[in-house]
Design a protein around this ligand. Structure first.
Ligand code: SF4
Ligand code: SF4
Length: 970
């Protein structure tokens, strides 16, 4: 039989009979899949629908009337085939196979996962076929060994049945290629790299292999000594990972008796498709840290005048230029130089800081917050108040926070960490296509002929998205990687262009020059869908490959080849990260990417488009919800009168007609006369996350009043007048919007500790104390109000987000997952066209010189998150990555007499830090990389606070430094 799926596409179908059920399926469908379609369950062991079938275990054998039984997972159905799946002979075969496998298993008592069915597919089959290890007469094989070298994964080779599920999970799903096989005959076992201990191998501890393993061979270790109980004894809570913008769907398995998470597992969702990285799977125990804030705190009268309280924050350890040691009078702690003991883990020293605060009731703390902010507002006007929200908070919390600052204090001085990650991308996208959101999803890379990944260490920063990039390449998508650092992504690329830092505009102008010269532009798209092409073409005419090569360091032939590959592709997509956005030319960089996609017609169709990989789990949602100084929710400009009147009517208060200050401008304003005097800090830690933190230190010290709402005592909280104990992600309900525009529900897993409260309730209590009249009963009510003011979120409700969330825009969330590809007919600009904005290459603001000859690049590590307040309190993440390091090219290290592992001092014009040297072949000569998570070696003591003029994003990726052995120049 032949049917038509799409016009002109003939699909041959075949009809078979399975256990008496007639089934018609497309040609090539396996017996297993066809049986499943008619509700027939065939037992499997090596097969799992997420992995390509291999048919090695023979558990799924069926009777097709042939000479031998057929493995249903690999054998295709044939027209007229009659299949039996449940006969005494088949079950005898399965039973014997199970007995042979179980005979070789270690005793059940060794491992709780071995004791129960549900976690162990082999033992589940043993129970099904009534096979007991204890009764079998076959000898138990042992001796292939165990491996406990990974902090959170146990390997018991004796329990391995060599089904290769872990190999396929590691290679085909996560694309990490760590697991294979070694040995011969009975000694064959799975091997990590070259048969290394797992903990010493290149394994990234994503745990995909544990999720895949059908026996007790790969199991999670207990985290924080809390034993892992069998799944059926645990409470399953479906939620979303709290770390990065990929927004992986997961299930937390909660031990209610111990009030603790037992383990986490990826679950199906159209984006992440059950995958997780090490942070999502193992990084959740921070919430149970004994260092959680549990009671409201008020600074003691004796601890004024206000100043930083711990040695590191005072600057006693950094010695940087611009230190403000005179302000630290209230601290009283001894410096390291005087023998002060530094607490392990690089966390705030509670013993040193806590004595400067006293416990308070919620009533007293909230009353003080409301009174002081109101007084400052009355004395200094709306401009004296500012709020930093957080992209870790839910959409509802972000919405309420910006509403409080705007409606309660009449100012638009409200911003969050989007300013530090993709503000320039958003500025360019708004200008170019009228929308700051991605034009397609990360999984749409599967439909691309070519993908450019640029300025993104995706394998570390967006690990699950990167697994889709790797998988796409295996299926034929060409990957072009453009980045100054040769991160792991380079190993998965067809072309790696190692540009010099800060030369992206020259590189992409060179590519566009060549695309135009070769006639590979899409003339129809340019004519009908874009404006300003002629000016763009004139600008890039000045960037022939030879000139681009001279500026970027990438040879001209490679530029030509990459341009040809991109220009000839039927569908091309660009993914970019903060290597593009965190520059003083960040907006120009993004303008070039928009132009490159537009002139080749690569927007608005499957496998094509623009995707700034968003950093925090809810940076997209917080921005959508209006947590930015120039926009109300849904990017409706605060300076448009009609819009302002609409929001004034909705919120019942007069609103500020002017744009507010951004994060960096608020910090500057706090240091200026007549500037910001009172701040509400919700979950942000600018002391470590903002550039040039000596300046941040002064700004925080200079404030008249600072309230910090957080889950831990952060470096920023040391400057607070009042500290409000908040809820972690795991302790509340709310919605979060990932990098794909997928709005998902995060669900409460456990109660907040002590007197800590959920954030939206705290914000509401403060709002009511400053004269607003709010009475939200639940986050869903807040969401409904938000959506009524946000056309993009139209039709979404908590009730229709379901388990997998929904993409916006979405015409019918009850039926549809939402829009993957945007802008297929018009862009969101006033005239519906993409506005091409040419850019000239400009050098970075602070170039290397004789005194500071190296370039510093800062960023994240796979295991850590931003200022480390969560990940450094996670057992797994802190154990895998415990120390701050400066990554250096071998020659740069050797030229300075530095050895791998040696302590060094890194200096810039703004400060200096001390940390270990990591000699790394991933760095370019003359360039260094320092992750910014480590308080004890805070990279942002070194960075420069120059900003991009459009997005106002700081230059985190380029400043001049020197590195020298400790004991060298002081
Ligand atoms: S470790 Fe587990 S998943 Fe990997 S081959 Fe052995 S039994 Fe299969
Ligand atoms: S890729 Fe991002 S969202 Fe997914 S598990 Fe890792 S940190 Fe969480």
């Amino acid at each position: 039989m032949t049917t038509l799926d799409e016009p002109g596409t003939a699909i041959r179908t075949i009809t078979a009979e399975i256990d008496g059920h007639a089934v018609t399926v497309p040609e090539g469908t396996t017996i297993y899949d066809a049986a499943k379609a008619v509700g027939v369950d065939i037992p499997v062991l090596c097969h799992n629908e997420r992995y390509d079938p291999v048919g090695v275990c023979r558990m799924c054998v069926v009777d097709t009337g042939g000479r031998v039984f057929a493995a249903a997972c690999v054998r295709p159905c044939e027209d007229g085939m009659t299949v039996k799946t449940d006969t005494p002979e088949l079950n005898r075969s399965r039973s014997t196979l199970t007995e042979l496998l179980v005979a070789d298993q270690p005793p059940r008592a060794e491992d709780p996962k071995q004791n129960k069915t549900g976690d162990n597919l082999l033992l589940e089959l043993a129970d099904r076929f009534d096979v007991a290890r204890e009764t079998t007469e076959l000898p138990c094989g042992t001796g292939r060994g165990a491996d406990s070298s990974n902090p959170v994964i146990d390997v018991n080779h004796d329990a391995c049945i060599l089904c290769d599920r872990c190999v396929r999970a590691c290679d085909d799903i996560q694309g990490n290629d760590v697991i294979g096989r070694s040995g011969k005959g009975y000694s064959t076992r799975i091997a990590f790299d070259l048969n290394d201990p797992m903990g010493n191998s290149s394994c990234v501890t994503c745990g995909e292999c544990v999720q895949a393993c059908p026996t007790g061979a790969l199991t999670n270790k207990p985290i924080n000594l809390i034993p892992i109980r069998p799944r059926e004894e645990l409470d399953a809570v479906d939620s979303v990972c709290p770390y990065c913008g990929v927004g992986c769907a997961l299930t937390y398995y909660v031990d209610r008796e111990r009030n603790a998470i037992s383990f986490a597992e990826g679950r199906p969702q159209p984006g992440s498709q059950s995958r997780l990285c090490v942070k999502g799977r193992y990084g959740w125990d921070y919430a149970a840290s004994p260092q959680r804030l549990t009671v409201p705190l008020i600074r003691k009268d004796s601890s004024y005048p206000k100043g930083p309280l711990s040695a590191d924050v005072r600057g006693d350890m950094d010695g940087g230029a611009g230190n403000d040691r005179g302000r630290g009078g209230a601290g009283g702690g001894r410096s390291e130089k005087k023998g002060k003991r530094r607490k392990p883990g690089g966390l705030v020293d509670y013993d040193e800081v806590m004595p400067h605060f006293r416990e308070a009731t919620w009533e007293e703390a909230l009353e003080l917050v409301a009174r002081r902010l109101t007084e400052i507002h009355a004395a200094g006007g709306p401009g004296a108040i500012a709020g930093f929200g957080s992209a870790k908070c839910s959409n509802e919390e972000a919405y309420l926070f910006q509403k409080l600052i705007r409606a309660g204090f009449g100012t638009n001085n409200v911003d969050h960490c989007t300013r530090l990650c993709h503000a320039s991308s958003v500025a360019a996208l708004f200008e170019g296509i009228g929308s700051g959101a991605v034009s397609t999803t990360y999984a749409d890379v599967a439909n691309a002929d070519v993908a450019i990944i640029t300025g993104s260490n995706a394998t570390a920063n967006h690990p699950v998205a990167s697994s889709f990039f790797k998988q796409a390449r295996r299926r034929g998508t060409k990957i072009i990687y453009v980045d100054p650092r040769a991160s792991t992504v380079a190993e998965h690329a067809d072309y790696y262009c190692q540009v010099k830092p800060g030369t992206d505009v020259a590189f992409y102008n060179g590519i566009m020059h060549e695309v135009i010269r070769l006639g590979l532009i899409d003339r129809e798209f340019i004519a009908n869908r874009t404006s300003n092409y002629e000016e763009l073409a004139r600008t890039v005419a000045d960037y022939p490959p030879e000139r681009a090569a001279q500026i970027t360091g990438v040879d001209a032939d490679t530029i030509r080849e990459v341009a040809r590959i991109w220009g000839e592709a039927k569908a091309g997509v660009i993914f970019w990260g903060m290597g593009i956005s965190q520059h003083t030319t960040g907006t120009d960089n993004a303008r070039c990417l928009i132009a490159l996609c537009s002139i080749t017609g690569n927007v608005g169709k499957p496998g094509a488009g623009l995707h700034p990989l968003r950093g925090q789990n809810n940076v997209q949602g917080a921005s959508d919800a209006g947590l930015i100084p120039m926009f109300y929710p849904d990017y409706q400009g605060v300076d448009a009168e009609k819009t302002r009147l609409l929001f004034e009517q909705a919120w019942g208060r007069p609103l500020d007609p002017k744009r507010g200050l951004t994060v960096t401008e608020i910090i500057k304003s706090a240091l200026a006369p007549g500037g910001v005097r009172g701040m509400y800090m919700l979950g942000e830690n600018p002391f470590l996350s903002d550039p040039n933190i000596n300046k941040v230190r002064k700004a925080l010290s200079a404030l008249d009043f600072l309230v910090v709402q957080d889950i831990f005592l952060t470096e920023t909280a040391e400057f607070a007048d009042v500290i409000l104990p908040a809820s972690s992600y795991l302790e509340k309900d709310g919605s979060y919007t990932n990098t794909d525009r997928r709005v998902q529900l995060g669900r409460k897993v456990m109660d907040p500790p002590g007197q800590a409260r959920v954030d939206w309730e705290i914000i509401q209590d403060i709002a009511n104390r400053v004269g607003l009249d709010w009475a939200y009963a639940a986050p869903s009510e807040v969401f409904d109000e938000m959506v009524a003011l946000m056309p993009s979120y139209k039709n979404l409700r908590h009730g229709n987000l379901g388990l997998t969330g929904k993409l916006y825009p979405n015409e019918d969330p009850d039926l549809l997952d939402g829009t993957i590809v945007m802008f297929d007919e018009r862009f969101n600009t006033d005239d519906g066209l993409a506005h091409l904005v040419p850019a000239q290459w400009l050098p970075a603001k602070e170039l290397p010189d004789g005194e500071y000859p190296l370039v510093l690049n800062t960023g994240r590590l796979l295991e850590h998150w931003h200022t480390g307040s969560m990940t450094r309190r996670s057992y797994a993440l802190d154990t895998i990555s415990p120390v701050a390091e400066v990554y250096m090219h071998p020659k740069d290290a050797a030229d300075r007499g530095l050895l791998h592992g040696q302590m060094a001092r890194v200096r810039s014009r703004r400060g200096k830090i001390e940390l270990q040297v990591r000699v790394s072949h991933r760095e370019q000569l003359g360039n260094c990389f320092i992750p910014f998570h480590f308080r004890e070696a805070a990279a942002n003591l070194l960075t420069i606070d120059e900003i991009d003029p459009y997005g106002k994003i700081p230059e985190f990726k380029f400043c001049a430094i020197q590195v020298e052995p400790l004991g060298g120049r002081a």
